[in-house]
Ligand binder design. Structure first.
Ligand SMILES: NC(=O)c1ccc[n+]([C@@H]2O[C@H](COP(=O)([O-])OP(=O)(O)OC[C@H]3O[C@@H](n4cnc5c(N)ncnc54)[C@H](OP(=O)(O)O)[C@@H]3O)[C@@H](O)[C@H]2O)c1
Length: 283
């Protein structure tokens, strides 16, 4: 079985590689090396954000790789400090300037911040609609949006987000949001897909890994892919960057999928902040 990464069709007619490389918590000084390694291994989708502080290094790694810009799908996200429309426009320009690109493949509102900005993420979203109309970004989406946030966009905005990037892993299936996304043509992206390593010692996952002759990380990432979600694990370890990439040449059977589905702890399994209350603003 060849290790071929599928493309997922988005509701705006564009496509996105189902698998990519995340760069959250990669220090700027380590980012060029990590992204260069990922590109060399075959990753063609990079997920960054202005708040990660490493957009410039992501851009540098892509530009020096010799790979055409058009062959790499690049996502970035709006900084929480810049939700007001004029600030959002400027923040998007800063993102493109840092990357040294003339367009972005996907731009997301990083967090809904419903307790800030008078709870108004709709006017922020309308700026993303405008950027897409101007052709500066090909697809637009959201991150960490809960069902009521998505319902509000559906009622008050013109464009349905192409993706919703949310926390999801075996301990936190995030099923309610995934079901809403699916019913409304929104592709789900699963962040912290291996729960930053916390699921890798789970006895069920270790047992399945032994049965199929793969590593716990590969089994967990494969589970996401078979659920239909988009994933981009982070690693600065070259061996793991390679390991994580090789998940398209085996399959989990229904019994293994069910065993991992049953690890879901619901809300108790959430590792990151709750989007309903998260109000972090970088200074
Ligand atoms: N939208 C959001 O709010 C949001 C929030 C969080 C994350 N994200 C996105 O999702 C991406 C992935 O999530 P994440 O970075 O939080 O966590 P993750 O990918 O679930 O896990 C990364 C951690 O697991 C380790 N690891 C990676 N591969 C491994 C392997 N094969 N075996 C053992 N350990 C392994 C890494 O260590 P080493 O690096 O030391 O190898 C790192 O500590 C981020 O980089 C970011 O792009 C988005």
């Amino acid at each position: 079985m060849a290790n071929t990464i599928p493309d997922i069709s988005l509701n705006d007619g564009n496509t996105i590689p189902q698998f990519g490389f995340g760069v959250f918590q990669i220090e700027p000084k380590d980012t060029v090396e990590a992204v260069s390694k990922a590109l060399e291994v075959g990753y063609r989708h990079i997920d960054t954000a202005q708040m990660y502080g490493n957009e410039a290094e992501v851009g540098e790694a892509i530009r020096t790789s010799g790979i055409d810009r058009g062959e790499v799908f690049v996502t970035s996200k709006l900084n929480n400090s810049f939700h007001r429309p004029d600030d959002a426009r400027k923040a998007f320009e800063s993102t493109l300037a840092a990357l040294k690109f003339d367009y972005l493949d996907l731009f997301l509102i990083h967090w809904p911040l419903p307790t800030l900005y008078d709870g108004d993420f709709v006017s922020t979203w309308k700026v993303l609609e405008e950027l897409q109309r101007d052709g500066r970004v090909r697809s637009i989406g959201v991150s960490n949006f809960q069902v009521p946030h998505l319902e509000r966009l559906a009622a008050e905005a013109d464009v349905v987000p192409a993706v919703n990037q949310i926390e999801a892993h075996p301990y936190f299936g995030n099923e309610e949001v995934r079901a809403y996304d699916k019913a409304h043509t929104i592709a789900t992206e699963a962040w912290s897909p291996i729960a930053q390593g916390k699921v890798l010692d789970d006895p069920t996952i270790v047992d399945i890994a032994q049965q199929v002759g793969r590593t716990p990380a590969q089994v967990t990432l494969r589970w996401h892919v078979q659920r239909g979600d988009i994933v981009f694990p982070k690693s600065t370890t070259p061996k793991r960057i390679e390991e994580n990439f090789h998940i398209f040449d085996f399959e989990l059977d229904d019994a293994a999928m069910d065993r991992i589905n049953n690890l879901d702890k619901g809300e108790a399994g959430r590792q990151g902040p709750n989007p309903d209350t998260f109000d972090y603003l970088p200074s």
